[in-house]
Design a protein. Structure first.
Length: 116
């Protein structure tokens, strides 16, 4: 089932096309830039979560702890995918897994938020 279908079934009040576009950009970055540090097969995990107030969090976890120039990328000053995600009006963050071997890049979208 696609992200559009899931969000429509849940009757999410935000911009479903924007959510799908942001997920695509985060997933592309995970595939293009993340390689496992221990040589295992790469895996990506995606989580969609609804938060208080009707917002949506999209988390994409990849098998790499590296995120060069994370601060600049999350501010939209470096890298195309995250910059374009910010231009769609999302809030971005990242964090390491407890084991320090994986990272998650997350985007928060608000309900009713439409693409600019």
């Amino acid at each position: 089932m696609t992200v559009r279908s899931r969000l429509a079934l849940r009757q999410w009040s935000g911009d479903i096309d924007t959510a799908a576009e942001v997920l695509a950009r985060l997933a592309f970055n995970a595939v293009a830039h993340a390689q496992p540090v221990d040589g295992t097969a790469p895996q990506m995990h995606v989580c969609l979560a609804f938060i208080d107030g009707g917002g949506l969090v999209i988390d994409v976890e990849d098998p790499s702890s590296g995120f060069p120039d994370a601060a600049a990328a999350l501010r939209g000053k470096q890298g195309r995918g995250l910059r374009e995600s910010r231009q769609l009006g999302v809030q971005l963050e990242w964090f390491l897994a407890a084991d320090g071997r994986r990272k998650t890049v997350g985007a928060t979208l608000q309900p009713g938020q439409a693409s600019p």
